[in-house]
Ligand binder design. Structure first.
Ligand code: NAD
Length: 276
């Protein structure tokens, strides 16, 4: 496929566009992931809390694709923070996925109140040293959380997966990450499909290029340098979302999309999300 790679700060190459499976039930995940792999996706983003690591793993096994052509991400859930519990949770995820290693393991949320993410990260460093995760990173971490890891632990995170879409463009966090050589990965890149994709200004850009609003938004992310992981269970949309390498946005388009940044956060605020 035409999906470019980005090189993470430890030298690992990651497809810039992948497939997310949040809210896909385990018994539907295998079909969705199989469709994605047949459509050219090689990167899959799951998490322990999604409850679909087994279905995801079944699709991976059934694909017959060489393991080194796939990029599999999973995440540690909030209730498993802490050194020993992280090691146990990682074993459970690997076993559900049916894999010997993951390409990327992420701390799903910092859970500041629990104050355990430094210990969790030390377990991540051990998993990385053992080669059971080829890269380790973060999700929903803000600069203060990242600074603490950088000063109290050995290995720098490769990536921070954060809520990012045209209505929440995260300029400051993207700049912080890039200063620290941490890649930025956009979750809910399509704004969960709700209001964003119906915006008339996006529709006009889409019409101009003969593409869909979703494709315009994904192209915008790629131009910004974000890793992007759109989700769909609809085969035509799964294909549509990876068909974004045959057009370019111009300066007017980019300025219009810049103007959509309303600070509209769809998910929790990482500073106050302490649910385990
Ligand atoms: P998304 O922004 O990818 O939107 C998905 C929704 O948009 C679909 O359910 C569908 O309703 C619609 N859609 C998809 N393709 C479309 C198309 N071509 N045309 C029209 N509508 C379309 O939302 P998401 O699932 O929240 O985010 C993507 C992935 O990010 C998740 O599956 C998950 O892997 C990850 N994620 C991570 C976190 C985290 O805390 N780390 C949180 C949320 C999501």
């Amino acid at each position: 496929s035409k999906v470019p790679f980005i090189t993470l700060n430890n030298g690992v190459r990651m497809p810039q566009l992948g497939f997310g499976v949040w809210q896909v039930p385990d018994d539907e995940a295998a079909d969705a992931v199989s469709t994605a792999l047949e459509s050219g996706y090689r990167s899959i983003d799951t998490a322990a809390i999604y409850g679909n690591e087994e279905g995801t793993g079944r699709a991976i096994a059934a694909s017959g694709l060489p393991r080194d052509e796939l990029f599999v991400t999973t995440k540690l859930w909030n209730s498993d923070h802490g050194y020993d519990s992280t090691l146990r949770a990682f074993d459970a995820s690997l076993s559900k996925l049916g894999l010997e290693y993951v390409d990327l393991y992420l701390i799903h949320w910092p859970v500041p109140e629990a104050d355990k993410y430094v210990d969790t990260w030390k377990a991540f460093e051990k998993i990385y040293a053992e080669g059971r995760a080829k890269a380790i990173g973060l999700s929903n971490f803000h600069p203060a959380h990242i600074q603490r890891l950088l000063s109290e632990t050995e290995i720098a995170p490769v990536i921070d997966q954060i809520e990012l879409h045209p209505q929440l463009q995260q300029a400051e966090l993207r700049a912080f990450n890039s200063r620290h050589n941490i890649a930025t990965e956009a979750w809910s890149p399509l704004g969960q499909g709700k209001g964003l994709l119906e915006d008339a200004r996006l529709a006009a850009i889409a019409d101009k290029h003969g593409k869909s609003p979703a494709q315009v938004v994904l192209r915008w992310h790629l131009d910004l340098g974000n890793v992007v992981i759109p989700k769909s269970v609809t085969p035509s949309r799964i294909k549509e979302n990876i068909d974004v390498f045959d057009f370019e946005l111009d300066a007017d388009d980019l300025a219009t999309i810049d103007g959509l940044d309303s600070g509209n956060r769809l998910g929790p605020d990482p500073d106050t999300f302490n649910v385990a």
